[in-house]
Design a protein around this ligand. Structure first.
Ligand code: HEC
Length: 186
C-alpha cells in the first residue's frame, strides 16, 4: 500500500508530500517518546540506586513533595459530608473530663498529654506526630478532626479509632479533647 502510494506519488505530488510529512511526524513522535522513556528509566534507576544504597529510615524527615502529597491525600480522604459538620456533643465539664481521660489513656502515648507530640513514640514515627496545639491542627474543622480520629490516617502511625457505628460518640468526645489541649486557640 505504501509502496504503491510512493510509486503513484509522482502522479499525485501533493498527496504524497502530505503522507511523507505525516510519516515524518510519527517518526519524530516515536523518537521523542523513546528518548523520554530512556531518560525516565535512567532517572528512576539513579533514584532507586540511591535509595537502596542508603536505605530508608524513619529518622528522616519527609521531603516537601511527600508532605504536600500526603496533605492533599488526607484532604481527599475526608468525606465531603463530614467536612463542614460541627461537633454535636456539648462541651460540658463531664464530657471534657471523660474526653481528656480517654485522650490520656489512648492518645497521649504518641501525642503527649498537652498535644505537643514530644513523646518517645511520637518523635520516632515517620511521619512524626504533629504539635496539635499549633494552628495546622486547630484550624481543622470539627468534621475533619472527627474523620481523622474515626478513620485514622493511612500509611502513618495514626490508628482509626472508630468502630463504624453511626454515633461515634467516643470520637466526637475525642474531638472535644483536642480543642481542650489547646485552650488558648479554642
Ligand atoms: C501510635 C501512635 C498514635 C496514637 C496512639 C494516636 N495517634 Fe494521632 N497521629 C499519629 C501520627 C503519626 C499522626 C500524624 C499523621 C500524619 O502526619 O498525617 C497523627 C495525627 C493525628 C491527628 C491529625 C493532626 C494534624 O494536624 O495532622 C489527629 C487529630 C490525631 N492524630 C488525633 C489522635 C487522637 C484523638 C488519638 C487518640 C484517640 C490519637 N491521635 C492517637 C499517631 C498516633
Amino acid at each position: 500500500m505504501t509502496e504503491h502510494g510512493s510509486r503513484s506519488g509522482r502522479r499525485m505530488p501533493f498527496r504524497n508530500a502530505a503522507s511523507v510529512a505525516r510519516g515524518g511526524n510519527w517518526r519524530a513522535a516515536i523518537r521523542a517518546l523513546l528518548v523520554l522513556i530512556v531518560l525516565v528509566s535512567v532517572l528512576g534507576g539513579i533514584i532507586a540506586y540511591s535509595i537502596v544504597s542508603r536505605g530508608l529510615s524513619a529518622h528522616d524527615e519527609p521531603s516537601r513533595v511527600e508532605a504536600l502529597l500526603a496533605g492533599a491525600m488526607r484532604r481527599w480522604a475526608t468525606p465531603e459530608s463530614l467536612r463542614n459538620r460541627t461537633n454535636p456533643v456539648e462541651p460540658t465539664e463531664a464530657v471534657l473530663g471523660q474526653a481528656l481521660s480517654h485522650y490520656a489513656d489512648h492518645c497521649a502515648t504518641c501525642h503527649a498529654n498537652n498535644g505537643s507530640g514530644h513523646t518517645a513514640i511520637g518523635r520516632a514515627l515517620y511521619p512524626r506526630v504533629p504539635d496539635m496545639r499549633a494552628n495546622a491542627t486547630q484550624s481543622l474543622t470539627d468534621g475533619e478532626l472527627f474523620s481523622i480520629i474515626e478513620h485514622g490516617i493511612r500509611l502513618t502511625g495514626m490508628p482509626g479509632w472508630g468502630k463504624g457505628t453511626p454515633e461515634g460518640e467516643r470520637e466526637k468526645k475525642g474531638t472535644r479533647a483536642l480543642r481542650a489541649t489547646a485552650p488558648e486557640t479554642d
